[in-house]
Design a protein around this ligand. Structure first.
Ligand code: SF4
Length: 151
């Protein structure tokens, strides 16, 4: 468990006197736990993660863990699917988002563009006015929506 140390000084006539020190154990903030849980779920990729595995990895109680997963689900960051595991009903947790892969930008025209050195927001050559980039973004969105079936 991380700790924070305080050292108290008393100042008089430009001289500092050590008065005492105190160590405080820092309890993880709820957001830190949510962030950690989300990271673990994201890292599990398409396979997802059983709730019990998550609590074990986080060293959290099942009650605490359930509360966090419900919160993450309400925020739309994960979704849960019921699953029978070792004869008991539980949930498998999946992230609604996946880490960005470098593959997603490999075809971006900026990577091989000879104007890139002179290109910048607000300049004569700018991503805001670039047909090549606009077309690439539109194609990427079209490809993504045809894969997910959204539109
Ligand atoms: S935004 Fe257009 S001009 Fe600028 S670097 Fe990318 S492809 Fe080149």
């Amino acid at each position: 468990m991380p700790t924070r140390q305080y050292i108290f000084f008393y100042a008089m006539d430009a001289t500092y006197y050590l008065v005492g020190c105190q160590e405080e154990t820092l309890m993880p903030k709820e957001n830190d736990l949510e962030q950690k849980a989300l990271q673990l779920i994201m890292n599990s990729g398409e396979e997802g993660l059983l709730q019990s595995e998550l609590w074990r990895k986080m060293e959290a109680s099942s009650r605490e863990g359930s509360r966090i997963s419900i919160k993450l689900e309400k925020k739309g960051l994960i979704y849960r699917e019921r699953e029978l595991s070792n004869g008991r009903w539980t949930y498998r947790l999946y992230s609604t988002r996946q880490p960005v892969s470098i593959d997603s930008i490999l075809t971006c025209p900026c990577l091989t563009c000879e104007k890139s050195i002179r290109c910048g927001a607000g300049g004569r050559i700018s991503p805001n006015k670039c047909d090549l980039l606009t077309q690439w973004i539109l194609d990427s969105i079209r490809k993504e929506t045809s894969l997910t079936g959204d539109n």
